[in-house]
Design a protein around this ligand. Sequence first.
Ligand SMILES: NC(=O)N[C@@H](CC(=O)O)C(=O)O
Ligand SMILES: [Zn+2]
Ligand SMILES: [Zn+2]
Length: 346
Amino acid sequence: MTDAITIRRPDDWHVHLRDGAMLEAVAHYTARQFGRAIIMPNLTPPVTTVAAAEAYRQRIMDAVPEGIDFTPLMTCYLTDSIDPAEIARGHAADVFTAAKLYPANATTNSAHGVTDIRKLTGVLETMQEIGMPLLIHGEVTDGDVDIFDREAVFIERTLAPLVRDYPALKVVLEHITTADAVEFVNDASDNVAATITPQHMIINRNALLVGGMRPHNFCLPVAKREQHRLAVRKAGISGSAKFFLGTDSAPHEISAKESACGCAGIFNAPYAIETYAQVFEDEGALDKLEAFASLNGPAFYGLPVNEATITLERAENPVPATLGEGETRVVPFHAGETLRWKLAAA
Ligand SMILES: NC(=O)N[C@@H](CC(=O)O)C(=O)O
Ligand SMILES: [Zn+2]
Ligand SMILES: [Zn+2]
């Protein structure tokens, strides 16, 4: 039995660090594990300008403890009226690594998102030309589409035509939850990849509803049936360069989750790499963890891999019931359980 694993320092290709007190409370969890992270722009107001992204990047750097080498990679929140020139300027200035497409009202803080992808023609042409990745929350929002079908319908109605019309555009389908998504990404060109969260490898929709409603297992896209979890899990541990780590860690203060209308988002940052390690070990695929966590993402983004390494040790790692205080009190994924791996101090 392996008792320690050393891999190149991983990166998180999809994380919500929030702002203000919550940013201060959560930034260190991500920074202690990951060399870089793609920072989601769904603040209020959303990050839609180069100036806003630069200011937010500075606030993140200020929130990361001294002595930790961590680079936030910023994204631009796409709206119906965003100017392609602003996106290109931000990309050229090394401020915007990628741009994020939220279909309007698909998820938390997406009210300013895109109402119709046809409004993005100029933006997508520009991004394709400059080689800037498009990151997608892939769910339709039509009231007549069942919430469990929204990812599959998005792939069929929006993503397939998009990939056909912009064959050279780099596209990441974020936080995939279905066998349909796995199949689409596998069949697409090398310009199409996907991120996978810990929760979508671990829970199916029973975890939300059996024995009572469990708001801390609610995120979007919502967890699906077991057959979909198994397909996503298999893709993640496969070693395929098309799939890489993106936690989608999305902290919401406890009362916003435990509410008559609870927010979507699972806070998994504190134990993210340990959780993934447990999944890979359960699948007998620990040898694929480094590709998923540390190599595939940089290769897709055209960035160097991290030089530093991390070591995970086999050790009981109890997850507290809650973390933080007051307005930053949050319930982490796996609250009250004990994980089998522990990140060794650097
Ligand atoms: N994943 C979630 O359920 N929530 C995210 C938004 C998102 O990534 O869709 C959030 O910002 O809270
Ligand atoms: Zn999302
Ligand atoms: Zn997200």
